[in-house]
Ligand binder design. Sequence first.
Ligand SMILES: Cc1cc2nc3c(=O)[nH]c(=O)nc-3n(C[C@H](O)[C@H](O)[C@H](O)COP(=O)(O)OP(=O)(O)OC[C@H]3O[C@@H](n4cnc5c(N)ncnc54)[C@H](O)[C@@H]3O)c2cc1C
Length: 322
Amino acid sequence: MTNILIVAEHQGGLLKKTALELATKAASLGGEVEVALVGNNLTKVDKELGAYGVKKVFLLSNPNLERYNTEGFAKVLTELIQERKSGIVLGAASPLGLDLFPRLAARLKVGLATDCTELRIDGGQLVATRPLYAGKVIADVIFSGTIQLATTRPNSFAIKETTPGSKAEVIVKQVDPGSLRAVMKDQVKGKSEKPDLTEAEIIISGGRAMGNAENFKVLNELAEVLGATVGASRAAVDSGYAPHDMQVGQTGKTVNPKLYIACGISGAIQHLAGMRTSKVIVAINKDPEAPLFSKADYGIVDDLFKVVPALTQEFKKVLSET
Ligand SMILES: Cc1cc2nc3c(=O)[nH]c(=O)nc-3n(C[C@H](O)[C@H](O)[C@H](O)COP(=O)(O)OP(=O)(O)OC[C@H]3O[C@@H](n4cnc5c(N)ncnc54)[C@H](O)[C@@H]3O)c2cc1C
């Protein structure tokens, strides 16, 4: 089996959940699993990646790579992939992954499978499963080049310590990103402390039925109790009830939580495109004919302004007992 290299995302050295998801998955594919982190002054990682089946961790450091930079990251990672002769390179289908991986593919002159929901090895080759046409078709794709590049949708794989107690070798490399034509000067942190929609395990979304921005309070209260992130349909965003970074769907974010609760959302194909791979879908809608009910695991036909506060009270009670 070939070497697998994971491009791990981190914030100030703290690994993102997607890195552990990818490590667990890669370890199950076989072959030697290696991880690369790019940044500045990186000397160690916060998690012992050896426990997740990783053999080597490369910390690629340079002051000009403190913040994400497409050109710089692509250059130093391409050099590492060539040096390590990695046969499979994996990353998250996150905003960073969506920007970086096409550059890597172009530099390496190989193909790329984006936003995959499953990976397996067949006859020594990577087979990547990816939804197409807004999730209406699920395709298994293989690669013709020698390096197989794929990004995977966050929350697609469970995180599991496969080799507890094992240590990964950590190699610190000073790298040269070359002369950069564009640099990020500043990064403004969003207000919310909640996980981003793309990484959230529980999402509660509101649609046009919310009526105004103030009414999102009922969803925020339930989200507080469940540790969920709040999302919105495009109709809610276009009406000014919620900002665009909360939009789920074809022209918003693609999400993949364990639980998706849609409140007053009809279930248009463009909304489904962004959330249909959620593990459990709950629809709350006054209209029993709403299309979302046909995709939901559980449905409640009633007024969301009655149902959501009742759920908040009930979850508060149940969770305080546990
Ligand atoms: C190119 C393109 C891209 C698009 N991209 C996206 C996208 O990324 N994301 C997206 O969401 N949409 C997208 N859309 C829009 C999409 O087609 C729908 O218009 C939109 O999803 C509808 O949002 P909604 O379900 O909130 O509103 P509606 O379709 O108006 O549904 C509102 C629902 O609320 C129910 N309701 C009303 N009052 C209550 C109440 N008190 N309690 C419970 N239920 C109630 C109604 O029965 C109804 O089912 C896109 C469209 C196009 C053409």
